[in-house]
Every structure is written in C-alpha cells, then in structure tokens.
Design a protein. Structure first.
Length: 219
C-alpha cells in the first residue's frame, strides 16, 4: 500500500506535467506563422514590388484551390505567399529556395509546406496536393500577370482562357515563363490545362485589387 506522501508526490508530478504541456502548446502556437507574419517576412526579404505581387498572386491562387478542395486555407495561402521570399537575395538554385526553407524551418513552418517550397523548384518530390498545386500555379500565375498587363484594361477581370492559351503558343511573349512547367503542373494534377488556367483566373479575380490586377475592367 502506498503511503499518503507518495500519493501527494504523484499528484504534484502529474499536475506539473500538465502545466509543462500547456506551456509547450502555448509556445508552439506563438511560433506559428500567421498571414500577417508571413507578409512581414516577405517584405523583409523582398523589396521588389513585382516579386511581392508575384507572391500575392500565387497566394491568391493557392487560397482559391484550398477553398475549392477543402484543404487548410491558411497553410496553402501562406505557402504560396512565401514560396519565393528569398529569391531576391538568393536568385540561383539551389540557394533558392534552400536558404529560405532553412529560415522558415527555424520559425517552425510546417514540414509539408517546406517540402512544397522545395518541390516547386524541383528540389524535392511533389507527393502532396500542396506541393503539386504550388508547382502548377507558380509559373502560370506569372504568365497571367503578363497577359493582364498587355490588355487595354490591364485587368485580370477581362482575361479569358482562350487568350491565355493563344499567348502560351507565342514563345516570344513572356519568354521567361517556363511553359513546360505549366503543362507539367497540370499533368501532375491530372487535370486539363484549360481548367487550371480558368481556376487560377478566378482566384486572381477574387483578389484583383490586392494583387494589382483590377485595372479598368470593361463593363
């Protein structure tokens, strides 16, 4: 039979352990990267307005797909926002995105998000929906910005799938955009190119003002 003293000691040990768990949970919550924190990180490392807009554009598309698929919206949008945050400082592979991922890992960024960021640059296998969609929308988002800018209205609201596909065939237009990655992204997802173009346009339309693509849309 245990003595009362042992029972009291056991009680305090359990109580102490519970308090430690509470503190660890609080610390873990505080280390999570919020959308506000993610924007601060992007602005700290990226001074280029065009690169910031690209991050916002990919965020908009990732948010759209996360909502459509019932995925973790905050994780997907933040992953999109930060996928290139270190590019301005580390413009060549493999420094980008490896150095950026190392920074995010210290901030307790989710492992699947880190792998997705590596995967969009071909430095990790794209085995999750998060990784596949990030890869699929990255180059396409940049292309949709370019298509919007050459329209008289400079508005994503006036961009149609047909005109995007026509521009894709013109290799001299937005030549820096990797068209093979756009096609491969759709293939890895097992969806038609028309569909992913259409959905990305819709995602950008939702955030047209925030990403700088509202322009002066036609009625």
């Amino acid at each position: 039979m245990k003595s009362p003293r042992h029972n009291v000691s056991g009680f305090f040990i359990v109580e102490f352990a519970q308090e430690v768990i509470k503190v660890m949970n609080i610390l873990e919550e505080n280390m999570e990267i919020t959308r506000e924190k993610a924007w601060d990180i992007l602005c700290e490392y990226t001074k280029s307005e065009s690169l910031r807009k690209h991050g916002l554009g990919v965020e908009a598309c990732m948010k759209h797909f996360a909502e459509k698929l019932g995925e973790d919206v905050e994780k997907w949008r933040i992953t999109g926002l930060l996928h290139d945050f270190d590019y301005e400082q580390n413009p060549t592979l493999p420094d980008h995105p490896q150095k950026g991922v190392a920074i995010l890992k210290e901030m307790s960024f989710p492992e699947d998000a880190l792998q997705a960021i590596l995967g969009h640059a071909g430095l990790a296998e794209r085995t999750t929906n998060l990784a596949k969609y990030l890869f699929a929308v990255d180059e396409l988002t940049g292309f949709l910005f370019a298509v919007s800018y050459v329209r008289p209205s400079k508005s994503i609201l006036d961009v149609k799938v047909k005109s995007v596909k026509k521009k894709l065939k013109d290799k001299s237009f937005a030549a820096a955009v990797n068209r093979e990655d756009i096609s491969q992204g759709a293939q890895e997802l097992g969806i038609e190119l028309d569909e992913i173009i259409s959905e990305c346009i819709e995602g950008l339309k939702k955030e047209a003002e925030a990403v700088g693509l509202y322009g002066t849309p036609s009625e």
